[in-house]
Design a protein around this ligand. Structure first.
Ligand SMILES: [Fe+2]
Length: 423
């Protein structure tokens, strides 16, 4: 495998489709995901259009990961429809059902059943079983969980781990203790369950493996901007800081979550100096009301891992995202409130070194030509293509003043920008 990574520097060797917050049932935006009729189901070709996209873009992945809120109210019928649709999505992107992994969201526990059980003062373990009955006994999700190396979402310590030759998936149920009457609703992972997770990851030597480590949890483990709103977001995961510390310590490469419905890629690093790429997957098929979401589209993402860094053993690659717009289907246009079509990750060069390399390259090009394309620059210094957009934009802007060039942005295209000599 190591030799293969070196040979295939330009081809992704692993592709993971990420979707979240399908809300199969009354909150789905497409009638393919609604059980019966629903006022929110204003679209009808989400899956057909996904088929077209997969054909056009030649999307073929190795895994599908679903970050929760698979259904809207956790009924038996919703889980039945969800399992059919998830298998269809997997087929569209060329993934076998045994490579589909999931975590429950707050909408996947049946709060009506939970309320009956809690009011009757039943044992908490029985309450949790009842809350998840419709998910537990659905064949597709049951078989998925039975393939896990260890764990369960319905019994302590409420996490499951899948592992094959290339990937470890750690699914953590953050919704078990988000009870029907919690105010405000938020994700919860108890400290004793986090301690068990820490012990299990150590026992499996997850951090020492040469596999990609992906942790999926429904609630967001870091604060998300709720622009344009400024009010505090109380739905963040309780004990999030402890989960992040465990993730850093055991060298998790990706944390994938849902819940927020607004997609975003961020990077996290703490005292362990291990970078974690955090992908908020937004929503694949929920009706996103503009009163709250300000034009956020439905999205689907693909994590593409191109290679592993020889020095740091961390992945280089990109997250490719497509947005659904009524009348246009799934497109790679940049959304006005969400995530760019392509976001890169993996360059661990310091900002000082990045600026130095970019300065040398730009000055070298300007000796013989009047403009420099992003494609020329990224070919010239191999790893800079894997720099986050924010850092890249800041560095190019700083250099434009210091060297003296103008920046012409070419949004939505792979070229990104062209630099023109002189101000
Ligand atoms: Fe949701």
């Amino acid at each position: 495998m190591q030799a293969y990574w070196h040979i295939c520097k330009c081809l992704a060797y692993m592709k993971i489709i990420i979707i979240s917050d399908l809300h199969v049932g009354d909150a789905a935006v497409s009638n393919e995901f609604a059980v019966g009729s629903s006022d929110n189901a204003v679209k009808n070709q989400l899956l057909d259009e996904l088929r077209q996209l997969a054909k056009q873009e030649n999307i073929r992945a190795d895994y599908v990961v679903v970050a929760g809120d698979i259904t809207n109210s956790a009924t038996k019928e919703e889980f039945e429809l969800a399992s059919v649709r998830l298998k269809e999505i997997a087929t569209i992107v060329g993934v076998e059902p045994s490579k589909v992994f999931f975590v429950p969201g707050n909408h996947d526990g049946n709060w009506a059943e939970e309320e009956i059980s809690m009011r009757a003062m039943e044992n908490i373990n029985l309450t949790i079983e009842r809350k998840y009955n419709n998910l537990r006994f659905n064949n597709f999700f049951k078989e998925c969980l039975e393939q896990a190396l260890s764990g369960s979402y319905y019994y302590e310590p409420y996490f499951a781990i899948w592992s094959d030759d290339n990937l470890n998936v750690i699914g953590v149920n953050s919704s078990v203790f988000d009870h029907y009457d919690n105010k405000p609703h938020h994700g919860v992972i108890r400290r004793q369950d986090l301690a068990s997770l820490d012990t299990k990851l150590q026992e499996l030597r997850i951090g020492d493996s040469n596999k990609i480590n992906l942790l999926v949890v429904h609630h967001h483990p870091t604060q998300q901007p709720d622009l344009p709103f400024e009010t505090a977001d109380h739905s963040i995961l309780q004990n999030a800081a402890l989960l992040m510390e465990i993730a850093s310590k055991h060298r998790i490469n990706f944390i994938v979550h849902g819940h927020k419905h607004i997609p975003r890629l961020a990077q996290y690093s703490d005292e362990y100096q291990h970078p974690i790429n955090i992908l908020c997957a937004g929503s694949f098929s929920a009706r996103l009301d503009d009163r709250w979401f300000q034009g956020v589209p439905n999205t689907i993402h693909q994590i593409e891992i191109d290679r592993i860094c020889d020095v740091n053993s961390t992945p280089f690659g990109k997250v490719v995202s497509w947005s659904h717009n009524t009348g246009h289907g799934w497109t790679k246009n940049e959304s006005i409130n969400g995530i760019p079509h392509k976001e890169f990750f993996g360059n661990r060069m310091s900002p000082v070194e990045l600026k130095k390399q970019l300065r040398e390259s730009i000055e070298c090009f300007f000796e013989t030509q009047t403009h420099v394309r992003w494609s020329e620059l990224s070919n010239h210094c191999a790893d800079i293509i894997y720099t986050s957009r924010k850092l890249l934009d800041k560095t190019i802007n700083d250099l434009s003043k210091e060297i003296g060039f103008s920046i012409f942005k070419t949004p939505g295209q792979d070229e990104m920008f062209i630099l023109l000599k002189g101000n």
